[in-house]
Ligand binder design. Structure first.
Ligand SMILES: [Zn+2]
Length: 306
């Protein structure tokens, strides 16, 4: 059932688990997210990025997401991921999203507060909740010095001031994760002590971006069937569990779905070279995605929380 994002995330915060926020770029991915959530009896967030809106159109993705949500038994929210342009965020608020993200993290602190506050005001009038972002989501290894790292990762005291002044409902924080499949040159490592400090000060649910796991079995399967990925590295299961234990309530996942999709398509095209029915090719991608999403939901602790 279509459910406010705020309701879903406040429950997660209270009970100490995280909800998966999966990027839906087309019908098959949306279906896979819903099937996995239903089988796990888990609340779920379906989100669309500005890139996906350019690809498929807001009306189309919103219609698919809503249709699936209306007929589902688990709580589902439709969320705008990384709205970087206030105009797009405003259109999403009017279009009927349960929540929107305004990502003003590339702006200076005061400018980020100013624009975010304006969006929060507009959104709250329509009962839409807002995720804001503070800090640069970039891998820890990108920072050569501790000073540089401090300048980019979320500052706990600033996070408190930011949430109070903007009245945002959720906050995406930077603790050393990185978008994409190539996050670390070695082992995954997140700044958990920084997360603990933020959690102690900030009252709103916290979101983690760039938190794909990059499952090794999917990478292997892609390479076995002709793909070439180099050496992608994601966030380890241990780090992700630790982050959830210490206050992360929303975990964004896009890369893992892309990997699962590709693994499924490569597998069927290699194993059945005569196959040319798109429905059968996409069914293989679908099965891989459902398995990956179910695994992720279990890892986040949101199974049986619907
Ligand atoms: Zn993100």
């Amino acid at each position: 059932m279509l459910t406010p994002t705020k309701k879903i995330l406040l429950k997660a915060q209270k009970q100490g688990y995280a909800v998966g926020a999966f990027n839906i770029n087309n019908m098959e991915i949306s279906h896979a997210v819903m099937e996995a959530a239903e089988r796990e009896k888990a609340p779920v967030i379906c989100q669309t990025s500005e890139g996906s809106l350019e690809y498929a159109g807001m009306d189309m993705l919103l219609a698919i997401g809503r249709q699936l949500a209306l007929t589902s038994k688990v709580p589902v929210a439709i969320h705008l991921d990384h709205g970087k342009h206030p105009e797009v965020v405003k259109v999403a608020i009017a279009a009927g999203y349960q929540s929107v993200m305004y990502d003003g993290s590339s702006n200076p602190f005061e400018k980020n507060i100013e624009i975010t506050s304006g969006i929060v005001k507009l959104a709250h009038e329509k009962n839409v909740s807002v995720e804001a972002e503070l800090g640069a989501i970039a891998g820890i290894e990108d920072f050569v010095s501790v000073k540089e790292r401090d300048a980019h990762l979320t500052n706990p005291k600033q996070a408190l001031e930011f949430t109070k002044r903007t009245r945002c409902d959720f906050l995406a924080i930077a603790i050393g994760t990185l978008h994409g499949a190539y996050k670390f040159s070695g082992r995954s490592h997140l700044d958990i002590s920084r997360l603990k400090e933020i959690k102690a000060l900030v009252k709103v649910p916290l979101a983690l971006h760039g938190a794909s796991s990059v499952p090794k079995d999917l990478v292997k399967q892609i390479e076995k069937h002709g793909g070439k990925l180099g050496t992608p590295v994601g966030v380890s299961d241990g780090d992700l569990k630790e982050a959830v234990k210490n206050g992360i309530c929303k975990v964004n996942t896009d890369t893992d779905l892309r990997l699962a999709f590709t693994a499924g398509v490569r597998k069927i095209l290699t194993q059945e070279p005569g196959e040319f029915d798109p429905r059968k090719i996409l069914a293989s991608a679908y099965d891989e995605m459902v398995a990956t999403i179910r695994w992720k939901i279990k890892l986040l602790g949101s199974s049986n929380k619907a």
